[in-house]
Design a binder for this molecule. Structure first.
Ligand SMILES: NC(=O)c1ccc[n+]([C@@H]2O[C@H](COP(=O)([O-])OP(=O)(O)OC[C@H]3O[C@@H](n4cnc5c(N)ncnc54)[C@H](OP(=O)(O)O)[C@@H]3O)[C@@H](O)[C@H]2O)c1
Length: 266
């Protein structure tokens, strides 16, 4: 039988994960959502899940407790759950909150940290995972298989690597959306209708991502393959290169990583 999952916090990322699990056929009666907001409760109930406003009663029957609140709420939530925790494993998706902090606040060593991203909602999420050594292999496998139903997973030996994961795949969807916004604006400035501009850009992003995922070649090789000397793609890429596009993206990722490290330091 599937593990009983309780989500503490039913916002964006919880919806992405439980929505993806439901899409993948996970039984709705094995999922509980605890959130003080009746709006989130109504959403969960509409999708056939159990909604509880009280976190402590919500975890009583849980095997796995997914902590999906904002990072500044994690300490309060862990302290609240402390008295009810027995064999449940805590899986936190909160950016920058360490397994050591969660163990200290909750009183359990059974802690896994996950850095997911919102494409989990459409089953193309990317989840970076780190486990406290106290979690047994069977539980790690069960958690990995849950997340595999909403995307791909990668385990990391060093917890500090999750700061890099946060900067690349956790925050990464927003970088691609930003590029899409800029390309849609450019298309509109050429006189293309907004709805057509959106289709041109989104379909191109999807096609490029699918090619990169399916091909044995690197993105660099794929780019060179479509860049003819003296052609249109070369004109655009030359301009991006002269504006130091690679360094700009690296600086943006470094800023996100530094922010994740700063959050962990508290
Ligand atoms: N969004 C992403 O792309 C993303 C990616 C990776 C990781 N994460 C991590 O996911 C976590 C949640 O982010 P989010 O974007 O899903 O935030 P969110 O949409 O604000 O969802 C958090 C939910 O938790 C509820 N909540 C607040 N206090 C609570 C409590 N004491 N007990 C139970 N529920 C409580 C909030 O209710 P109210 O709105 O009423 O306060 C809200 O519905 C964060 O720690 C973030 O670092 C997010």
């Amino acid at each position: 039988m599937e593990q009983h999952l309780t989500f503490i916090g039913g916002g964006n990322i919880a919806l992405a994960i439980y929505g993806g699990l439901l899409e993948a056929g996970y039984p709705s009666h094995r999922i509980t959502v605890a959130d003080p907001s009746s709006e989130q409760g109504a959403l969960a109930t509409k999708m056939g899940l159990t909604w509880q406003a009280d976190n402590q009663s919500a975890i009583r029957d849980a095997d796995i407790v997914m902590i999906c609140v904002k990072p500044n709420w994690v300490e309060t939530v862990c302290q609240e759950l402390r008295a009810e925790l027995q064999q449940q494993t805590l899986v936190s998706v909160a950016a920058g909150v360490t397994t050591e902090q969660i163990s200290r606040w909750s009183g359990t060593d059974r802690v896994i940290r996950c850095m997911p991203n919102t494409p989990a909602l459409v089953k193309t999420g990317m989840m970076g995972l780190f486990s406290n050594p106290a979690v047994d292999a069977a539980t790690c496998t069960a958690v990995e298989s849950l997340f595999n139903s909403v995307g791909l997973t990668a385990w990391f030996d060093q917890e500090s690597d999750l700061d890099a994961v946060t900067a690349i795949s956790g925050s990464g969807p927003a970088y691609f959306f930003y590029l899409m916004e800029a390309m849609i604006s450019a298309a509109e400035s050429f006189g293309i209708a907004p709805s057509v501009a959106r289709t041109l850009v989104v379909q191109t992003a999807l096609g490029a991502a699918n090619m990169a995922a399916d091909s044995a070649h690197s993105p660099n090789a794929l780019r060179r393959h479509v860049t003819s000397p003296g052609g249109t793609t070369e004109a655009a890429c030359d301009l991006l290169t002269s504006a130091d596009f690679t360094a700009l993206v690296a600086a943006a990722c470094t800023a996100a990583k530094a922010r994740s490290e700063a959050l962990s330091a508290h």
